[in-house]
Design a protein around this ligand. Structure first.
Ligand code: G4F
Length: 397
């Protein structure tokens, strides 16, 4: 994640209305792994500022060398300027989820009511280059949480683990363009997906054998301005904004025919909270929008929203390009380095069960998500342009 400026904090990361956030007097403690990631930050914001039932203390596990730690410091400093910060606060604990003793001690110290496991090596493409580290990190992280809870005899703690639609993998191969519901067969296409399927069975094991309250969200792709640009949506919005301002020449991507069901991360963390707080028995539910769009359509829409109205696709396969006809300029080209050894061509999830059971709705669909991300990236690109201009002026003096 790039440096975040306080004036550029994405919507919903800070409270809408401080007055409505006076302490409610019901304390609760949440323990988050992966707090510096997109989901960790939105979960923190949701617990502290948006849900109205509890005053949460959020413990967050951070690696000392995490690239996003400075942002979390800034965020914590901001939080401490708010009146509510005595009742609602973030406490950082430094260590690694793969370190069993650290996790045991950290959970013992926090005495959480809820644990959210977001820490994972979650980049599908990178997992092909590092299958060992992907498996080790993702599997041992969850093992260490569950074993700590077991040995500390924390019988009342509720655990959420973030699963992924990647587990269903190539749904087309077996079932046509199937809509995924709970119980759909797994067909993994990456080491990341294999690690997450192992996690899925770990959840079932601890639930069935030790009767833990542990559940998993069968979570489809979810994005935001806090997404890293190693994922395609943010790569697109950031590049479109930078091309628009003249900071980048063109966008280079891989398979533009992949289709995804993209929701908003803030909307999804509310589902995670409901899975822990609004169920009597831990059930694993699909979290998705049920709308699917191709990478190609997402790209085209991003350029159109940025004001490129006269654009045209030309060529085929790795020669396919997007052209700005007004400027006679290439906006996008295919770069085969972004093709994957195993691809998931189509994903769409059915959130019917979570709607019925917990009243959760996918309320931010891909077009609104895209606009929010692009608006954010246009502001970021302008800041980048200004700092470059300032640097240029300084060197000319
Ligand atoms: O944005 P992506 O990298 O996300 P992907 O692989 O679907 O995985 C994300 O969603 C999962 C949920 O289903 C999570 F579990 C996982 O952790 C992660 O959050 O890629 C989306 C699609 C792929 O088909 C990819 O091949 O975009 C295609 N793509 C085309 N060009 C590209 C690129 N992806 C990336 N990252 N970069 C490209 O240049």
């Amino acid at each position: 994640m790039e440096k975040l400026y306080p004036q550029l904090w994405p919507k919903r990361l800070v409270p809408d209305d401080i007055q409505s956030l006076l302490p409610v007097g019901r304390n609760r403690t949440a323990f988050l792994t992966g707090i510096t990631g997109q989901d960790g930050l939105y979960m923190t914001a949701y617990l502290l500022f948006h849900q109205k039932e509890y005053d949460y203390t959020v413990y967050g596990v951070v690696r000392k060398n995490s690239a996003t730690l400075p942002f979390l410091f800034q965020y914590n400093e901001f939080l401490q300027t708010l009146e509510i910060s005595k009742a609602r606060k973030i406490i950082l604990v430094y260590g690694d989820v793969t370190d069993q003793m650290f996790m045991h001690n950290a959970i013992a110290k926090a005495q959480p009511d809820e644990i959210y496991n977001f820490a994972a090596l979650s980049q599908v493409q990178h997992s092909f280059d590092g299958p060992g580290v992907t498996m080790d990190t993702n599997i041992s992280g969850l093992t260490n949480i569950c074993q700590a809870v077991l040995s500390l005899k924390m019988i009342n703690v509720r655990i959420f683990h973030a699963s992924t639609s990647e587990m269903f993998g190539d749904v087309i191969q077996k079932n046509g363009e199937a809509i995924v519901t709970e119980g759909f067969p797994f067909n993994p296409m990456s080491p990341y997906a294999v690690s997450k399927i192992t996690n899925y069975y770990q959840v079932q094991f601890y639930k069935n054998v030790y009767k833990m309250f542990i559940c998993t969200g069968l979570t489809f792709n979810h994005e935001s301005p806090l997404r890293q640009e190693t994922f395609i949506t943010r790569k697109i919005t950031k590049a479109v904004a930078r091309i628009k301002i003249g900071l980048q020449d063109r966008l280079r991507v891989g398979n533009i025919y992949a289709k995804r069901d993209w929701g908003h991360a803030f909307n999804y963390v509310q589902a995670f909270w409901k899975l822990l707080n609004k169920q009597d028995e831990p059930d694993d539910l699909v979290i998705a929008t049920c709308e699917t769009v191709s990478v190609k359509e997402f790209i085209e829409q991003a350029f159109r929203v940025a004001g490129y109205t006269n654009i045209e696709w030309k060529g085929e396969g790795s020669d396919e390009k997007l052209i700005d006809r007004d400027a006679d300029k290439i906006l996008l080209e295919i770069d085969p380095q972004f093709y994957r050894p195993g691809e998931v061509p189509f994903l769409r999830g059915n959130p019917q069960r979570i709607k019925e059971k917990l009243g959760w709705e996918p309320n931010i669909l891909w077009r609104e998500l895209l606009e929010e991300m692009l608006e954010y990236d246009l502001k970021l690109a302008k800041l980048e342009e200004n700092s470059l201009l300032q640097l240029q002026n300084k060197t000319q003096l």
